[in-house]
Design a protein around this ligand. Structure first.
Ligand code: MG
Length: 269
């Protein structure tokens, strides 16, 4: 996949026709893999942390510090590895691994509340910026007539409350799926299935944009065209291994490629 993407980056500079042809081939493979007769995108489902907001460094520090307060070790990189999973599930997983016991929902919830509090404090000190390129991309998608939905495992009011203000005219409240809406978080496909339901679309009409391995896993399990944007420290291979159809290094790179991707669809054989 990395080689594929290196090839994409090179062709983006040297040969637009070749790039469109490459997208066309990629879309054909996607259709073939899932047995879809067509791929006609009508909605793009965006993950939030690390995709819409440059918020992962705040998550990383608050996860590490909060778990340390309870005697659990959460390496800074852990936030990126577990990203997408519901917070209480991440805590239960850590407790299973390090304490060899099953936490009750109340215990895990109490610990998650502490993490959420630290995250909110970090966001006040170092506000999570809007990811460069995301607004331009959303404007392109809206201009192409596709719906935009947010599908996040987050239950962090600090960011959720900002979404509709920061993205006025691009996002709407009824097209946001959060941890409060689903029983099973990513990597279960439920959040993305819920997003598709809210948009009234099928998998062959859906593109997912994700930055996290578990988020990619969830989107692939929901049989969506899955575009990974690797905005964190993990190697691309971790996203490719979960089945990402395409990997871009930044949201701006995806925005630059968007029209070629859409044209690749109309050129598919
Ligand atoms: Mg994310």
């Amino acid at each position: 996949m990395r080689n594929e993407n290196e090839k994409l980056e090179m062709t983006a500079v040297h040969d637009v026709a070749q790039l469109i042809s490459h997208y066309s081939l990629l879309i054909s493979h996607f259709k073939e893999k899932h047995g879809f007769g067509a791929f006609c995108p009508k909605a793009v489902l965006f993950d939030m942390d690390g995709v819409i907001y440059d918020s992962m460094s705040n998550h990383s520090v608050s996860w590490h510090d909060a778990m340390k307060d309870f005697g659990l070790d959460m390496p800074y990189e852990g936030a990126y590895i577990y990203e997408g999973m519901r917070g209480v599930e991440t805590i239960k997983t850590l407790a299973r691994q390090q304490w060899n016991r099953e936490l009750s929902d109340d215990e895990a919830q109490e610990m998650y509340a502490h993490k959420a509090k630290l995250f909110a404090q970090h966001c006040l000190l170092t506000p999570a910026n809007i990811m460069p390129g995301i607004k331009t991309l959303m404007q392109q998608i809206k201009a192409d007539g596709l719906k935009i939905c947010v599908v996040t495992g987050s239950a962090q009011h600090a960011l959720l409350d900002k979404l509709l203000i920061d993205f006025e005219g691009l996002l709407s409240e009824e097209l946001i799926v959060t941890a409060f809406d689903v029983k099973h978080g990513k990597p279960n496909p439920e959040p993305y299935l819920m997003g598709m339901k809210k948009c009234g679309v099928e998998p062959w009409e859906t593109i997912v944009v994700e930055n996290a391995p578990l988020g990619v896993q969830a989107a692939v399990a929901a049989r969506c065209m899955t575009i990974a944007v690797n905005t964190g420290p993990l190697p691309d291979k971790q996203l490719a291994d979960k089945g990402a159809n395409l990997i871009f290094p930044t949201m701006t790179a995806l925005s630059n490629a968007w029209h070629g991707f859409i044209r690749g669809m109309s050129n598919e054989e």
